[in-house]
Ligand binder design. Structure first.
Ligand code: FAD
Length: 384
């Protein structure tokens, strides 16, 4: 499909190389199988992780420890291309790089960094990020998972829910209350008392592992705590990194839906002509394309701000909220253009549409980002 506004002309040579490399990885290694993974509710994390690592996609915008050290826009472009394959694939890479590696890289001790980051960037070790709890999602400040001092050790009790990569992870970055407020803990998943059963019966992000985490007197050494951060700003800063990838990723999912709908509209004949020749279909396609291009522009602009070190959390909220909503609207329109074929996994559209329902909810729901923007506009907080 034509890049009508020539948005990718804004990418530099390295960014285009990353775009093309990730696009062909997705075409070769993901698209032929992802419908089956979705149907079977499986994601071959152990198989794909080293391949993603060898492409330099894990923790790619971090410096050192085997990470690729790219700029933020390159990371965004990679997320866009990964999510054009499937939101589950992009979620895997986001969680590994932005939610598990980033806190260790930013707030970890030298020991934690050298123990985990080289293996994680190579895809030899998988990470997860435990913030959400069964009773505390949008309001993580009320979390009940608690780490208590016992001599020089910590003892962790509680549970987390909806944790991407949980059951396949080697290490969990877990956020818990302590007597001194929220702290982050680097928890090897083979520590006694840790368990991570997978959550089944999902109808969205089926090609992604989602788990509960349980901590039953998990004893950790002093060295397990992330020394460089205290309070909710720790997890929130990780979420800002990951949301940046999401606002780019949504553009990829939307593009895949527009492409599928255009191709279908050109070839599906009803009443003696392609359905793309009917004005109602063209109106749908034209607005879908407008939404796609506007989301792409937002991503490029926020990428430039991030590369200049100027990106603010409320701007990320704007991008996550606007781009995911747009992508979901585009997916639903595409689904209607495909008619009955729109509901099968033979085409990518309903897979993206169902996935985007999770993307709308995780990393701050649509409503919470709306409240962030509402506060930015009015100066009045309306969260509680
Ligand atoms: P709630 O917070 O209970 O919200 C329910 C509804 O109420 C929503 O519509 C919400 O917007 C609305 N609401 C809540 N408060 C307000 C308010 N003040 N004003 C208006 N409306 C409000 N979490 C992790 O920690 N790590 C992960 O790896 C992870 N991966 C995930 C993967 C998937 C597939 C999913 C579905 C979730 C994942 N999450 C993860 C959790 C996700 O971040 C939470 O689901 C999300 O933050 C919402 O929390 P909740 O589900 O408890 O909903």
């Amino acid at each position: 499909m034509d890049d009508l506004l020539r948005l990718d002309d804004r990418l530099d040579g390295d960014q285009r190389l990353i775009r093309d490399t990730v696009r062909s990885f997705v075409a070769d290694r993901v698209l032929p199988h992802v419908g089956d993974w979705f149907e079977e509710a499986t994601f071959p994390a152990r198989e794909l992780a080293p391949e993603l690592g060898s492409l330099g996609l894990l923790g790619m915008h971090l410096q050192g420890y085997g990470c690729a050290g790219t700029d933020a826009t390159s990371y965004g472009v990679a997320c866009r291309e990964l999510e054009a394959g499937d939101s589950g694939l992009r979620s895997f890479v986001s969680v590994q790089g932005s939610l598990a590696m980033f806190p260790i890289w930013r707030y970890g001790s030298d020991e934690q960094k050298s123990e985990w980051l080289p293996r994680m960037s190579a895809g030899e070790a998988i990470g997860c990020f435990g913030l959400t709890e069964p009773d505390h999602g949008s309001d993580p400040a009320s979390m009940r998972t608690y780490a208590k001092r016992d001599g020089s050790d910590w003892v962790l009790n509680g549970s987390k829910m909806w944790i991407t990569n949980g059951s396949v992870a080697d290490v969990a970055v877990v956020w818990a209350q302590t007597d001194d407020g929220v702290r982050g803990f680097v928890v090897p998943t083979d520590t006694p008392g840790f368990s991570a059963p997978e959550i089944h019966k999902k109808l969205s992000l089926r090609a992604s592992v989602t788990s509960s985490l349980y901590f039953d007197d998990v004893r950790l050494p002093e060295s397990a705590v992330l020394p460089g951060v205290g309070g909710l700003k720790g997890p929130l800063s990780c979420l800002s990194e990951a949301r940046f990838g999401i606002l780019w990723g949504a553009v990829g999912a939307a593009r895949a839906c527009v492409e599928a709908a255009v191709e279908y509209a050109q070839t599906r004949v009803q009443f003696g002509k392609p359905i793309g020749a009917f004005q109602l279909t063209q109106e749908k396609l034209a607005w879908m394309y407008v939404g796609l291009a506007q989301a792409g522009l937002t991503a490029l602009h926020l990428g430039a701000l991030k590369d200049a070190g100027e990106l603010e959390a409320r701007q990320i909220s704007f991008g996550k909220m606007a781009n995911v909503r747009s992508a979901l609207d585009i997916a639903r329109q595409a689904r209607s253009i495909l008619g009955g074929n729109g509901i099968t996994l033979e085409y990518p559209v309903i897979r993206h549409m169902n996935n985007l329902e999770s993307v709308l909810t995780y990393e701050g729901t649509q409503e919470i980002h709306t409240l962030v923007l509402g506060e930015a506009l009015t100066g009045l907080a309306a969260y509680r």
